[in-house]
Design a protein around this ligand. Structure first.
Ligand code: NAP
Length: 309
């Protein structure tokens, strides 16, 4: 039986791995389908303390993994198919095999929310992207019209960032006012290179036949009028979806699927702790995820100590 199983190898999971490994708990760390987590889709990370020149996202995650392994963390490529928290020890099904664990730290992260269009899926990485900071500087986007979808802080941040590269940035939002914080909204709307398109949704990404983005079909949801906008890139910034589907019904979550924390990193299931983006829709930063991973490791360690008293 495992003392600690950590689900996820993003900032939260690998920090939890480091701390539990240093506490001699010999953690088993499961990568899931995206080893290294969301940060591996970023180029330079400039806001992780300790790297004044910035650091490549993938390199940062490889370093975190190495550091955890140095103290005995066992990283295993594996996906959790199912969980049973109804008995002790808890049982995970990992690629079809049962794994028993005294404590579990869920650090399964979050993914980008998609529009859900067929054409969007077909043109992903061919002009459709979910991260302006990762992809905005690609030559295909330089001096071209670009489209951002969304009305939150992320969409505003992405649109503003993209004005460095695009000739014009259309910001398409399904309502007539931004959800973003006032300062971000003002900065965005005052930028002469950003053209808001209100009350509108993208209904199709063009052009699947050419295998690259050449434009978007946009529908005004109030007038039902459809227009075509030429663009070389579609940047979707409509929020995130926590990777918590396999825990549905097994652990308390909010209505958006974020796992709820009772205090610190505790969940409603004794011995199951949570850290990072799968339980945080507010901060969603590498450093806050790492901090939560540390907290979860300490909570798991104390929980195990309390069992042996
Ligand atoms: P968000 O605040 O949830 O905004 C998502 C936006 O996408 C909303 O405007 C929403 O429209 C729109 N949307 C959602 N589903 C859609 C769909 N299917 N089709 C079209 N539009 C859709 O997400 P976020 O912008 O990623 O921000 C998440 C959190 O991170 C927030 O707390 C934010 O403050 C924070 N954040 C902060 C910063 C910063 O301070 N620098 C930067 C980025 C993010 P509606 O408005 O109609 O719901």
């Amino acid at each position: 039986m495992e003392k600690v199983v950590i689900i996820g190898t993003g900032c939260a999971g690998l920090t939890a791995a480091l701390y539990t490994a240093r506490a001699n708990l010999n953690p088993l760390v499961l990568t899931g389908v995206s080893p290294g987590g969301l940060l591996t889709t970023t180029s330079i990370v400039e806001n992780f303390p300790g790297f004044p020149e910035g650091i490549d996202g993938t390199e940062l995650m490889m370093r975190m993994q190495k550091q955890a392994e140095r103290f005995g963390a066992r990283i295993k490529f594996g996906t959790v198919d199912a969980v049973d928290f109804s008995k002790k020890p808890h049982v995970l099904t990992v690629d079809g095999e049962p794994v028993e664990a005294e404590t579990i730290i869920i650090a399964s992260g979050a993914g980008h929310r998609h529009l859900g269009l067929d054409s969007e899926a077909k043109l992903e990485r061919k002009g459709v992207t979910y991260c302006a900071t990762c992809d905005g500087a690609f030559p295909m986007f330089r001096n071209q019209p670009l489209v951002v979808v969304g009305g939150g802080d992320s969409a505003c941040e992405e649109a503003t960032y993209l004005t460095r590269f695009g000739s014009v940035v259309y910001l398409i939002h399904r309502r007539d006012s931004l959800r973003a914080s006032q300062i971000m909204a003002e900065r965005t709307l005052n930028n002469p290179k950003i053209k808001p398109i209100w009350d509108s949704v993208v209904t199709e990404v063009l052009d699947v036949a050419q295998d690259k983005v050449t434009g978007v079909r946009v529908k005004n949801i109030k007038t039902c009028e459809e227009t075509l906008i030429d663009c070389a890139g579609l940047f979707v910034a409509i929020g995130h979806v926590p990777n918590t589907q396999i825990f549905a019904g097994k652990i308390d979550m909010d209505e958006n699927g974020y796992i709820t924390r009772k205090g610190g990193s505790e969940t409603n299931v004794p011995g199951v702790f949570v850290a990072g983006d799968c339980s945080d829709h507010v901060y969603r930063q590498a450093i806050t995820a790492a901090g939560m991973g540390c907290a979860a490791a300490i909570d798991a360690e104390r929980y195990l100590a309390s069992l042996n008293q």
